[in-house]
Design a protein around this ligand. Sequence first.
Ligand SMILES: Nc1ncnc2c1ncn2[C@@H]1O[C@H](COP(=O)(O)OP(=O)(O)OP(=O)(O)O)[C@@H](O)[C@H]1O
Length: 259
Amino acid sequence: MLRTTALTKRFGGLTAVDSVDFTLDDRLTSLIGPNGAGKTTFFNLLTGALEPSEGSIELERSEEWVDVTDHTTFETAQFGVHRSYQITNIFPTSSVLENVRIAQQAHSDDSWQFWRNVNAFDEHYERAHEILERVGLDRKATEPAENLSHGEKRQLEVGIALAGDPDVLLLDEPNAGVSTEDVDDIRGIIEDVATDHAVLLVEHNMDLVMDVSDRIVVLNQGEIIADGKPETIRGDPEVQDAYLGGYEPGDLERTEGVA
Ligand SMILES: Nc1ncnc2c1ncn2[C@@H]1O[C@H](COP(=O)(O)OP(=O)(O)OP(=O)(O)O)[C@@H](O)[C@H]1O
């Protein structure tokens, strides 16, 4: 679906992403690592928000690899790569439905002429409702987005990313700041969207990561130090040393302290 070859990003003398060879397939993949490991920088390279210092990014389109290394965020999104944001990206006074509809319309071919085409307008609303149902927010469709709880805003963020009809979905800490009661909702949404999108998840909640991931990639100081199934990663001494620090399932407080 997506692959990077020797992908590198330097900020002055600091190498934040260091010659990363990575392929995202249809397994639900999580990218973990300590603060400053390079996860956000890697996401920003994948979406075109940052220009790599070296290396390439390719996307698989109709069984061919297309080089998207030097494309802008907008162009990369048109190729089917979308992300949710750690910092919320919603219009607070617009309704929940409008937030998704606007995002959806912005990515569709008729974005500049929707007012000429009533059918297209209705289709956007219909599709926006479908997306809201998927992220568990259809019952809140008419509410201003600012009325949502923190957890619901994270759900809306995923809805906004889905609105671009992505092939590849990059989820940036969808669980950050979410209350314990809402974790199961987010978990369900991640698992659901992974059924028909290639998903790369950045998340510090290790219980969630270990539970939902088919594959975990560990980044440390800009380099991949491990790549495998959750049970393999959990037992990897280098990962334990760099990040997990003796993590056991349910041992969240300790992991968050390490992160
Ligand atoms: N725009 C920038 N200019 C200079 N240095 C940067 C910039 N962005 C990131 N860095 C540095 O690059 C390194 C990787 O940062 P990055 O934010 O990618 O890590 P991260 O794994 O996402 O961390 P966190 O888990 O805290 O979000 C850090 O040392 C950071 O200070």
